[in-house]
Design a protein around this ligand. Structure first.
Ligand code: SF4
Length: 330
C-alpha cells in the first residue's frame, strides 16, 4: 500500500506516466483510498486541459439490423430488441442534426451508422456530402462512426473534410471473444490504425460493465495508449432487454469513477469523454466524472436511449467552474 500511495504522490507532483504494474496496483486500490485517486486524476486533467472540457453529440444515422452479434447491442440483428430499424437518413437530416448539436454547445457531431462497415456507393456518398456541408458551414467538427474501414472509404471521408473517425474497441483483447463472435478484435484495431494513418483524429474507447475485470479495463487502456488514439469515449452498460447482457447488473458509481480515473492516469494527455450509460450508472455522482479525470461528455440522446438535456449538462459544467471549449475536438 505504501508503494501505491507513493506512486500517487509522484503523479500528483510530476508528469509521471504510469506503467502497467502501477496501473494494476491502482486498479486494486481499497475503497477508502478512491477519493485520493480521483483528486490526483483531476489534477492530471487540469494540468493537461486546464479548466477546458467539451461536449459532443451524435445522430443515429442508420439504425438496427446489424449483422454483428455484439452481446450488449440493441441494434444487432441477432437479438430481439425494440430498437428502431431504419435506413441511412437523408443528407438534409444529417446536416440538420449537426446544426442542432452546435446550438446545444457540442463541439463534435458524430454520424453513427449500424452495420459492419460502409463502402463505396450511395450511402458513403451521402455521408461525404453531409460532411462537406457541415465542414463548410463550420459550426461544428464533423465526425463519423461507420464500422470498419477500408482504404478507399477512409480516403473519401478524409477528402470530404471529416475531422474525427470514431471506432470503439469496446473491451480488452482478452475479453473480446466473449462479447462478439462475428468479427475479430484485430479488425477493429486495423480500422483504428487506418484512420490514424489517414490523418484523421481518432476517437476509440470502450464499454464497461460487460463482465470484464478491472485488469481487463486496464488492458484496454494500454492498447489505446499503444494505438495513440486522440480521444477515448467511455461508456457504461445500460442493459438492453433482449440482448444476452439484458439482465446484467449495472456498475456502481464508484466503480465507474475508479475506471475513469485509471484511464486518465494511463492516458494523461488524451481527451476522455463519458458517453452512454452515464446517467444510469453514475446516478447522483454524475458531476464527479470530471473530478475523476474526464475532460468531456456526450450530450443529448444516445443511439437507442434518451440522454440528458444539454442545458442540464452545460449547467453542470458551469457549476463545477469548468469551461466549454470546442477546440479540444478539432
Ligand atoms: S455495436 Fe456496432 S457492430 Fe456491434 S452489433 Fe451494435 S451496431 Fe453492430
Amino acid at each position: 500500500m505504501q508503494k501505491v500511495l507513493a506512486t500517487l504522490c509522484k503523479i500528483q507532483h510530476t508528469d509521471t506516466v504510469i506503467d502497467l504494474d502501477q496501473a494494476l496496483e491502482l486498479a486494486n486500490l481499497p475503497f477508502h483510498e478512491l477519493p485520493g485517486l480521483f483528486a490526483v486524476a483531476s489534477g492530471v486533467r487540469e494540468r493537461g486541459f486546464g479548466r477546458n472540457v467539451s461536449l459532443c453529440s451524435i445522430v443515429n444515422a442508420k439504425s438496427g439490423l446489424c449483422p454483428e452479434d455484439c452481446s450488449f447491442c440493441a441494434q444487432s440483428a441477432h437479438h430481439a430488441t425494440n430498437a428502431p430499424q431504419y435506413p441511412l437518413l437523408g443528407q438534409e437530416e444529417l446536416v440538420a442534426g449537426a446544426r442542432a448539436a452546435a446550438a446545444c454547445g457540442a463541439g463534435c457531431y458524430g454520424i453513427v451508422s449500424s452495420g459492419s462497415g460502409i463502402r463505396a456507393g450511395d450511402e458513403l456518398d451521402r455521408v461525404c456530402e453531409a460532411v462537406r456541408v457541415i465542414r463548410t458551414e463550420g459550426l461544428i467538427a464533423p465526425g463519423a462512426s461507420l464500422g470498419t474501414l477500408d482504404q478507399a472509404t477512409v480516403q473519401a471521408l478524409k477528402s470530404a473534410g471529416l475531422v474525427t473517425y470514431h471506432h470503439n474497441l469496446e473491451t480488452s483483447r482478452s475479453f473480446f471473444p466473449q462479447i462478439c463472435t462475428t468479427h475479430g478484435y484485430e479488425d477493429d484495431v486495423a480500422t483504428v490504425r487506418l484512420a490514424k494513418q489517414a490523418g484523421l483524429r481518432v476517437c476509440s474507447g470502450g464499454l464497461f460493465g460487460l463482465g470484464e475485470t478491472m485488469a481487463q479495463r486496464v488492458e484496454l487502456a494500454f492498447t489505446l495508449r499503444e494505438l495513440a488514439v486522440d480521444s477515448v469515449p467511455i461508456n457504461f452498460l445500460d442493459p438492453v432487454a433482449g440482448t444476452p447482457l439484458g439482465n446484467s447488473d449495472r456498475l456502481t458509481p464508484m466503480e465507474c469513477l475508479h475506471t475513469i480515473a485509471l484511464f486518465r492516469l494511463i492516458l494523461p494527455h488524451v481527451h476522455i469523454t463519458i458517453c452512454g450509460g452515464r446517467e444510469k450508472n453514475l446516478r447522483e455522482l454524475q458531476s464527479w466524472l470530471f473530478l475523476a479525470g474526464a475532460s468531456g461528455m456526450m450530450t443529448g440522446n444516445y443511439l437507442t436511449k434518451e440522454g440528458r438535456q444539454p442545458e442540464d449538462d452545460r449547467q453542470m459544467i458551469a457549476d463545477l467552474g469548468l469551461i466549454l471549449a470546442e477546440e479540444l475536438l478539432r
